[in-house]
Design a protein around this ligand. Structure first.
Ligand code: S3P
Length: 443
């Protein structure tokens, strides 16, 4: 449903918490399938995306409950689908659900069962899956395209899979995770190289579950199949990717100072803070030394606006800020000078083609944006102009939550009226986003 956006009446002030981390919430829902005991996570993100993972493990036979942010999953004794017909699991809009389940189910499902068909919405059906399916097939996984090659739906049937040495074609945490989780049910050892600086939540949660994956040489990870995997009791920190919208807004709106408390500070997640500092904002990070369940680093992050200047994002930084590029491109439109983002072709394979939509939407506001195959060049500093109340500028989100939130941040500094073609998609990762943003500006 279309949603009008508001410009900022004043600077952002005060502090808030953001909902739990989406990536960690997916993992704390799905990884209990591999555990020999019950699992519990507090601070769990209840959103459309993570609900897809929770529904999947429930359908696979785990006992699950969710109350007041406390998730419990006990998959001991869960046997997967029985009978003749495969179980259809709808991963909705969630690439993480689909890709992690491909790896997890490859060695988890019984070989004599009907298997599972993984499917998703139109956006997820358009996203590449061969990057996960091909290496899993090398491990002996039985995976079949049900429609077009490289796309969902995919039929997964159980098999005795074997360990393999993998080199990732992209530094993707989803891909790395899928292969590590498959490796836990494989014969022999599985190694994964090439994850680079991608987020390491899987490695951290596995450590809590009694499994060490870090092999000590560069980004090489290693798991031995068949090792014991215990349950966990974890707490989920605030999602830095959600905090990024509020913190970038604080960098954007002159005179702001805003704090997000209890944010995850894990590797591969807070590269955007370096970019905010390079763009002229002041960034203060106060780590909570007690940590969160020994598993994830956490702390408070405050951003104050400064004099904005153009910045560059290099390709090797992209895995560490991959979800923040849309909102950083919005910031670039307000930074005088030429900001350059390169090595970001992965953004074309997210919930939407984020490079193309962000360029389109900023262009509607009069920003000068050049779209390149692997990035954007934004010549910033021009005034951003919306439309009239009768004819607002309407941004296209492609149903992509991060596009919607990025353009809501842009609206803060737009003169004139803007709207989103779809505001409801924010429920994928941050259901209370519009309220939190409005409060930050009003406080
Ligand atoms: C995620 C990893 C990232 C990210 C996605 C969540 C994860 O994708 O964009 O929103 O939870 O592992 P890639 O690993 O494919 O870059």
């Amino acid at each position: 449903m279309s949603r009008p956006l508001a410009s900022a009446a004043g600077p952002l002030r005060g502090r808030c918490r953001v909902p739990g981390d989406k990536s960690i919430s997916h993992r704390t829902a799905l990884m209990p399938l591999l555990a020999a005991g019950p699992c519990r996570a507090t601070g769990w993100l209840d959103s459309a995306d993570t609900r897809a993972s929770l529904a999947a493990v429930t359908a696979l036979g785990a006992r699950t409950s969710l109350a007041a942010g406390e998730l419990r999953v006990d998959a001991t004794g869960a046997a997967g689908p029985q009978g003749i017909e495969p179980l259809v699991i709808d991963c909705a809009n969630s690439g993480t659900t689909a890709r992690l389940l491909l790896g997890l189910l490859a060695g988890w499902l019984p070989a004599d069962g009907p298997g599972v068909v993984l499917d998703g919405d139109a956006s997820l059906r358009s996203r590449p899956m061969a990057r996960v399916v091909d290496p899993l097939r090398r491990m002996g996984a039985r995976l079949d395209w049900r429609g077009e090659p490289d796309r969902l739906p995919v039929l997964v049937r159980g098999a005795q899979i074997r360990g393999c040495d993998h080199v990732l074609p992209v530094a993707s945490a989803q891909l790395k995770t899928a292969l590590l989780l498959a490796g836990l049910r494989a014969d022999g050892t599985t190694t994964v190289r090439g994850g680079g600086d991608s987020r390491d939540h899987t490695e951290r949660l596995l450590r809590v579950m009694g499994v060490e994956t870090v092999a000590g040489e560069g980004d090489l990870l290693r798991v031995a199949g068949g090792v014991p995997v215990t349950g966990f009791d974890a707490s989920v920190p605030g999602d830095p990717s959600s905090a990024a919208f509020l913190l970038t807004a604080a960098a954007l709106v002159p005179g702001s100072r805003f704090t997000v408390a209890g944010v995850g500070l894990g590797a591969g997640r807070i590269g955007f803070l370096d970019v905010l500092a390079r763009a002229g904002a002041q960034v203060e990070v106060v780590r909570d030394e007690s940590g969160v369940s020994g598993s994830e680093p956490v702390g408070d992050v405050a951003v104050s606006g400064g004099e904005l200047r153009a910045f560059a994002i290099a390709g090797d930084e992209v895995p560490g800020l991959v979800d923040e590029i849309p909102v950083l491109a919005v910031l670039a439109a307000a930074c005088p000078g030429r900001s350059v983002i390169i090595g970001a072709e992965e953004l074309r394979h997210k919930e939407s083609d984020r490079l193309s939509l962000v360029a389109h939407n900023l262009g509607l506001l009069g920003a000068q944006v050049e779209e390149r195959p692997d990035g954007l060049v934004v010549t910033g500093g021009r005034p951003l102009c919306g439309g009239t109340p009768e004819a607002p500028v309407v941004h296209l989100t492609g149903g992509d939550h991060r596009l919607a939130m990025a353009m809501a941040v842009a609206a803060l500094v737009v003169t004139g009226e803007t709207a989103l073609d779809d505001g409801e998609c924010v429920a994928v990762s941050y259901p209370g986003f519009f309220e939190d943003l409005a409060r930050a500006v009003a406080d």
